[in-house]
Design a protein around this ligand. Structure first.
Ligand code: HEM
Length: 410
């Protein structure tokens, strides 16, 4: 079989068409049948890249930073000025672990690992429960809510910004910026600049008055050379957390509201919420298409001929469903933890435990209080090339009387 070359734009599928497909698994299978484990795609229309679909090939990319680098300066593409990909893929001058390789990455990664390892899980759980409780209070008396805009998005952001010691108002301001950074408008770069300023103000205030939070750990760490590195690292952590948590919470809630078999497993004796959340990670990884690595040299991956400077996206949704690592037999699969939803290799998620804690408390808090029913079974997916989650999740429930409060929608 001949090696693959990138196709001209027009014949390539855009990632947003995949995440928005009615049946994404079928769309991925079709790509796999056509191209094998590595397919040419458009990151956005007209911007070419490769989507890695095979489990082994995704592992190879994520573990071989000498060939597949994180640093976007290896990317040969010159994005149009108004491209929504700038903030995530081509952020000029960002100095954080997310954009670094080798020794530079390890220097910037250590403070993040140490800060997350120092988290007091009991205190964090109490803070997250408080956030969830207040958000539920804000709509409990109404008897209806949108669990994405009024809950999942806000919980994710307020919980993580709370870990960094931001107050609720600062958390909401940051969340508005994050919508701009991840959104499809042309304001992603402006949103990132505003976010930097809010974070810098908080860093300066924390240096004067440190508290028991992640920002204080960052500020005190000798590995950071200056405040810019601290700010950029915090912004990366806050943004990385946000999209992942929203998607994981949304997917878990949606399954519980639509799939009685799944709900039975959560509430039944056979398996608990943790296992059900893992099932979500397998089937609907919070980041379906993980951006990105850049080829440092010409190489072959699967059947594809990659050129130095090409962008490579890791298809975690496809890889998790690779029949080489996962069967369709539930009993056989119990305890299989080889999904790639937290990544692997040097950039693998440093915040698995706090991430799981937030999602679990967010789902439990709702289940304990409200008898939720989905009011519209049709789903519209949020327009993202990277993640697949419902834009809205409208529910009804028996209203509570005592908790009416100003809505916290952001
Ligand atoms: C408290 C919540 C979270 C925080 C603060 C957080 C933070 C981060 C940070 C800072 C990185 C970059 C690591 C590096 O470049 O060395 C990262 C990577 C990653 N995170 Fe998380 N994360 C959170 C939750 C999650 C969740 C819930 C998931 C999915 C289940 C997830 C999946 C990933 C993946 C796949 C990567 C790898 C990125 C890559 O290799 O390019 N994260 N996370």
């Amino acid at each position: 079989m001949s090696e693959l070359e990138p196709q001209s734009s027009g014949s390539r599928l855009a990632l947003v068409e995949l995440t928005g497909a009615e049946d994404m698994t079928a769309a991925l299978r079709k790509l796999q049948d056509q191209w094998g484990p590595v397919a040419p795609v458009d990151l956005e229309p007209g911007v070419p890249g490769w989507l890695v679909l095979g489990h082994a090939e995704v592992m190879e990319v994520m573990r071989t930073e000498s060939v597949f680098a994180r640093d976007p300066r290896h990317w040969s593409e010159r994005l149009p000025l108004n491209s929504s990909l700038h903030a995530i893929l081509s952020p000029a001058g960002r100095r954080a672990l997310y954009y670094a390789d080798g020794a530079e990455h390890r220097r910037l990664r250590l403070p993040v690992d140490e800060a997350f390892a120092s988290i007091d899980e009991a205190l964090t759980a109490a803070m997250v429960r408080g956030v969830c409780g207040k958000l539920i209070d804000s709509f409990a008396a109404r008897g209806d809510a949108d669990l994405i805009g009024e809950y999942a998005a806000a919980v994710s952001f307020l919980a993580v910004s709370g870990m960094f010691g931001f107050d609720e108002q600062q958390g909401i301001a940051l969340l508005r910026c994050a919508h701009g950074v991840f959104g499809h408008g042309g304001d992603a770069v402006a949103a990132l600049t505003t976010m930097d300023q809010i974070v810098l103000d908080h860093v300066l205030a924390t240096r004067q008055n440190p508290g028991p939070n992640l920002t204080a750990k960052f500020v005190a760490h000798p590995n950071f050379e200056d405040d810019t590195e601290i700010v950029h690292s915090m912004v990366v952590a806050i943004c990385a957390a946000n999209e992942m948590l929203v998607t994981w919470i949304a997917a878990t809630l949606r399954r519980m509201l639509t799939d009685p078999r799944y709900t039975g497993r959560v509430t039944g004796v056979r398996r608990g919420l943790d296992d059900a959340m893992d099932e979500t990670l397998w089937g609907e990884p919070p980041v379906a298409n993980l951006p990105a690595r850049y080829a440092v040299t010409d190489c072959t991956l699967g059947r594809a001929q990659i050129r130095a400077g090409d962008a490579i996206v890791m298809g975690l949704a496809a890889a998790n469903n690779d029949p080489r690592v996962r069967t369709e037999d539930d009993m056989f699969e119990a305890g299989n933890r080889s999904h790639l939803s937290f990544g692997v290799g040097p950039h693998a998620c440093p915040a698995r435990r706090p991430g799981r804690l937030v999602v679990k408390i967010a789902v439990e808090s709702l289940m304990e209080r409200l008898d939720l029913r989905l009011t519209d079974p049709d789903v519209t997916w949020a327009p993202s090339p990277w993640s697949r989650y419902p834009a809205v999740l409208p529910v009804a429930f028996t209203p509570e009387r005592q908790h009416a409060r100003t809505p916290a929608r952001v």
